[in-house]
Design a protein around this ligand. Structure first.
Ligand code: ADE
Ligand code: ZN
Length: 332
């Protein structure tokens, strides 16, 4: 089955590029940029990756991102991620970045975005992997800061596919970001938001009704609300689900009880994604294979998940059609 999964053409729709910073690269960049790390070794970094909730993880994730200082750092980070994606049979990725994590440290907005765009261009040329960039607003900061970030991004908006909402969820509902999402929509950007990872079903309703998102990132807790399940299924709303992340952040107790299979059986358009692969112990392929084993996913389930990863993407209908044709050819 693992060989079948590896060969399945698939896309990744929920991956924070700063969350693909492996401890080895963290040390390389710290050395290159003469930054002191609070860890003695790569092993000590990995040992620190034991989280009991989202905030535990975010504290260490924002600390790790501090080694990223130059365009080359961001390009190298993206290149390393795309190499892993190619190994896992990934053919397209829509990657998140958190500009405020970098501009708040004094980096110009251009550093992260230009570095990432260079890595994305390399991936298309060298690996044949296409990608899109999604700018995430940090929800633990005020909406005014998100509005200022959108303004800073103005010169790059032709190369940014959409905006997202991430960071600490509980206590920071989508309703606090209506202005900035409305402004992004008026600029023709796609809209996504983390909702229902730790936060209640109400946050998923708000993301749909107030932010008018095109996809829900995670969405696990939507399953607590029957009416919401009906709404998500009727609209064919894509959920970008992240099984190993859910396990590492204690959203689920074990993969065997992960709701992904239930989501598919309810007719929800779920996809498999890695979220922050360097921190959660697995890239896209590991998320697929470990989840498939734990939930005893059928061949039909796997094909449906691969289809969802393309139909839920921000590619054009023509591009989606080409990917689905390749998928059909592989599974016929
Ligand atoms: N930023 C990086 N990973 C995240 C996650 N899983 N949830 C919210 N914000 C994040
Ligand atoms: Zn995420």
């Amino acid at each position: 089955m693992n060989a079948f999964i590896n060969g399945l053409p698939k896309a990744e729709l929920h991956m924070h590029i700063e969350g693909s910073l492996e401890p080895e690269l963290m040390f390389d960049l710290a050395r290159r940029n003469r930054i002191a790390l609070p860890f003695a070794s790569v092993e000590a970094v990995r040992a620190a990756y034991a989280f009991s909730n989202l905030q535990d993880f975010l504290d260490i994730f924002y600390q790790g991102a501090q080694v990223l200082l130059t365009e080359d750092d961001f390009r190298d980070l993206a290149m390393a991620y795309f190499r892993r994606l190619a190994d896992d049979g990934g053919v397209h990725a829509e990657i998140f970045f958190d500009p405020q994590t970098h501009t708040d440290r004094g980096l110009p907005f251009s550093v992260a975005v230009d570095g990432l765009l260079a890595g994305m261009a390399w991936a298309e040329l060298e690996l044949g992997i296409t990608s899109k960039l999604i700018l995430c607003f940090l929800r633990h900061l005020p909406e005014d800061a998100a509005l200022a970030t959108l303004k800073m991004a103005e010169p790059w908006l032709d190369r940014i596919a959409g905006v997202g909402l991430d960071s600490s969820e509980k206590g920071f509902p989508p309703s606090g970001f209506v202005k900035v999402f409305t402004a992004a929509r008026e600029r023709g950007l796609k809209l996504v938001a983390h909702a229902g990872e730790e936060g209640p079903p109400d946050y998923v309703w708000e993301a749909l009704d107030l932010l008018k998102v095109d996809r829900i990132d995670h969405g696990n807790r939507a399953l607590e609300d029957g009416k919401l399940i009906g709404r998500l299924a009727a609209e064919g709303m894509t959920l970008t689900v992240c099984p190993l992340s859910n396990l590492k952040l204690c959203v689920v107790d074990e993969l065997k009880v992960h709701p992904l299979k239930r989501m598919l059986d309810l007719g929800l358009k779920a996809t498999i994604n890695s979220d922050d692969p360097a921190y959660f112990g697995g890239y896209l392929g590991q998320n697929w294979t470990q989840t498939a084993t734990a939930l005893e996913l059928s061949r039909e389930d796997l094909i449906q998940l691969a289809r969802n990863s393309f139909t839920g993407s921000f590619l054009t209908p023509e591009e989606i059609g080409q990917h689905l044709a390749r998928l059909d050819a592989y599974t016929r």
